[in-house]
Design a protein around this ligand. Structure first.
Ligand SMILES: Cc1cc2nc3c(=O)[nH]c(=O)nc-3n(C[C@H](O)[C@H](O)[C@H](O)COP(=O)(O)O)c2cc1C
Length: 177
């Protein structure tokens, strides 16, 4: 049994990447894993202030917001699923803010098996140009393997992913972690 943490960046509650996160969760739970799905848009997480205080006080951020509990879940996770829509050839602001706020522990990010769930209005070439921030974060983990990637392309409207093969792909990916 693995501890799975799904970080869903989209602000859309019924969005495409969120829908795929829910399927991944269902699959992983059906196999008996313990899964937590965090919607960043529902959390109060401020921008990193780059004050560097966390570098001098044992990795505690000066901001008292929801990131402390998110970091606790992050530390415990064996499997990390990073889900984001593509916005202007990049990841969404919620996901970038999460990544920056892991700074207090960036030298001890731990070992994770990693999955990407990406949604985009256009094609796969766009997605591939948009993942630098995610890759940069994952490369800072102490040990990692990117074990799966779902690029749900050509899904502009919220929920358009429903009824496509991506739904079953997400379930199966979760089931087979
Ligand atoms: C601010 C903004 C910027 C976007 N930029 C792009 C883009 O550069 N390329 C693209 O393919 N789609 C872009 N889109 C479309 C989204 O990627 C698409 O609607 C996606 O399905 C949203 O995912 P979600 O439903 O999981 O939130 C953009 C949407 C928004 C709101």
């Amino acid at each position: 049994m693995k501890n799975v943490l799904i970080i869903s960046g989209s602000p859309r509650k019924k969005g495409n990447s969120q829908r795929l996160c829910e399927e991944f969760k269902k699959g992983a739970e059906d196999k008996g894993n313990s899964v937590e799905l965090i919607r960043l848009a529902e959390k109060k997480i401020g921008f990193c202030k780059a004050c560097d205080v966390c570098m001098k006080n044992n990795g505690t951020c000066v901001q008292k917001d929801d990131m402390a509990e998110v970091l606790e879940s992050f530390k415990k996770a064996d499997v990390l699923v990073l889900a984001t829509p593509v916005y202007f050839y990049g990841i969404c602001a919620q996901m970038k803010t999460f990544i920056d706020r892991t700074y207090p522990i960036w030298q001890h990010l731990g070992e994770k098996e990693v999955y990407y769930i990406i949604s985009a209005g256009l094609g796969e070439d766009i997605v591939k140009r948009s993942l630098g921030d995610l890759d940069g974060f994952v490369e800072h983990l102490e040990k990692y393997e990117i074990k799966g990637r779902i690029y749900a392309t050509d899904v502009m409207d919220a929920g358009k992913v429903c009824g496509t093969p991506y739904i079953n792909i997400a379930y199966q990916m979760g089931y087979h972690i």
